[in-house]
Design a protein around this ligand. Structure first.
Ligand code: F6R
Length: 241
């Protein structure tokens, strides 16, 4: 594990984008594991800028996103589909057929999860997996639990996660209560995992994840087992170390 301490969100975003761009330069058909949420937005802005300046092409990349809300699809502005197109895919040259998220509109959970696992196994292993962390220690939507789950599955979001994500919705009642999420297997199998952490609200979760016992009660703690983990964290996020 390598921890890269940075001063702030902007520096975290710039460093993360450098690593992503280097990945794509060295392997243009990279499989990128991508995350949503506030954390990677700045990283995606750097990727868009590099593309617009003609420094990089994503034309041969494939992407696999971590998760999607059950019931939401590309037409819903709070969906992760919409987030990814709005923040990244519309502004770069990735081919639409190569950009993948779980199908939140497929309400047959077993079918949706099996299809996504098949896709991940066809494309994988992921070359570089971008991760954020929840204030409760979740990665993707693997919420604290008494067991780890290997494959794509449907999860009930915790009240804390619903509260954290309420900011993307008009009302708390609008936040879906379930999501489809990758399990731990493809995350651990990714050739490089890049965990981005910013702000004081993540300090406790980050500290427990990297220094505490490996336990499904703190899902990100499983990253201690990853062979090639880079953590880019700002001062506030590292304040408990
Ligand atoms: C998003 C995801 C989540 C977020 C986490 C942090 O695809 O899988 O695990 O990374 O909830 O969210 P932010 O960055 O909004 O604090």
């Amino acid at each position: 594990m390598k921890i890269i301490p940075v001063a702030n969100y902007e520096e975290m975003s710039a460093r993360a984008a450098e690593i992503l761009l280097e990945q794509v330069r060295s392997k243009p058909d990279s499989v990128l594991g991508l995350a949503t949420g506030s954390t990677p937005v700045g990283t995606y802005q750097h990727m868009v800028a590099a593309y617009q300046q003609g420094k990089i092409s994503f034309a041969h990349c494939r992407s696999i996103n971590l998760d999607e809300y059950v019931g939401l699809g590309p037409g819903d502005t709070a969906s992760y589909h919409y987030f990814m197109w709005h923040n990244l895919f519309h502004h770069i040259d990735i081919r639409p057929e190569n950009a993948h998220l779980p199908d939140g509109k497929n309400l047959d959970a077993q079918d949706a999860c099996t299809r996504y696992d098949q896709l991940v196994s066809d494309l994988g292993p992921i070359d570089l997996q971008v991760l954020g962390i929840g204030s409760n220690g979740h990665i993707a939507f693997n919420e604290p639990s008494d067991h780890f789950v290997a494959d794509t599955h449907i999860v009930d979001l915790t009240d804390g996660t619903i509260n954290d994500n309420q900011r993307f919705f008009a009302r708390r009642e609008d936040v879906p209560t379930q999501a489809y999420t990758l399990g731990m297997r493809p995350i651990l199998n990714a050739k490089l995992a890049l965990l981005l952490v910013t702000g004081p609200g993540k300090a406790e979760a980050l500290h427990r994840s990297l220094t505490g016992p490996i336990t499904p009660a703190v899902p990100a703690s499983i990253l201690q087992l990853h062979d090639n983990l880079i953590v880019i964290a700002d001062q506030a996020a590292l304040s408990k170390f």
